[in-house]
Design a binder for this molecule. Sequence first.
Ligand code: ATP
Length: 219
Amino acid sequence: MKAPIGIYGGTFDPIHYGHLRPCLELCESLKLDHVRFIPAFLPPHRDNPATEVVHRLEMVKKAIDSEASFVLDEREIQRGGPSYMVDTLKSLRQDFADNPLCLLMGMDAFSGIESWSHWQELLDYAHIIVTQRPDTDFHALDLWSDSLNQFYQKYKLQNNNTSAQNIHNSLHGVIQLESVTQLSISATDIRKRLKNRQSIRFLTPEPVIKLIECYNLYQ
Ligand code: ATP
């Protein structure tokens, strides 16, 4: 079996270090071949993005440009319509038949996964790797619905293998919680600061800030 690939979807409105750093840490700890950043064209379970897709795309491109293990994947934008992750995973599975796929997401996203289209099928195509995020309790499993708890209990890492071993041994089907450095950064906060004409330095890479200034985004 080939090396696992990380799949990281998001609105990226804008992309920031709270996305980039956890992905790099997961890439190292899980020994991923690379991480594919997949900007959503139309996120189905939230408000439409504040920013046009070309700008969100360009910001992701600039943000990951200097990291060889990060790859931009434009398939949701090319597909158009609502960006259902299950469709994205199906198409990735066709392109990467022999690589385990690891869908990376924060705990906030996992807690709301039941609203995703065909959510229970996601594990037919990929593993799900959940990272904690500031302000979302990693172990607040009792806050989840019964069905999400059952889903987690059924598919969580069941044996004594390490995380990396586990996802290298199967193409899909495991849910795993992983620790990453906690960065209390969100796109919502960045947009708010820009509206209030506050600096966003050190929250996102400098080339992203340059683009935001150049196109006068989030004013
Ligand atoms: P917004 O504030 O607009 O909701 P966001 O900052 O949460 O945006 P998204 O593009 O919606 O970013 O999130 C994409 C993925 O990144 C999700 O899985 C989310 O859990 C994760 N994520 C975002 N910010 C962080 C962070 N600071 N730490 C860990 N994970 C994060």
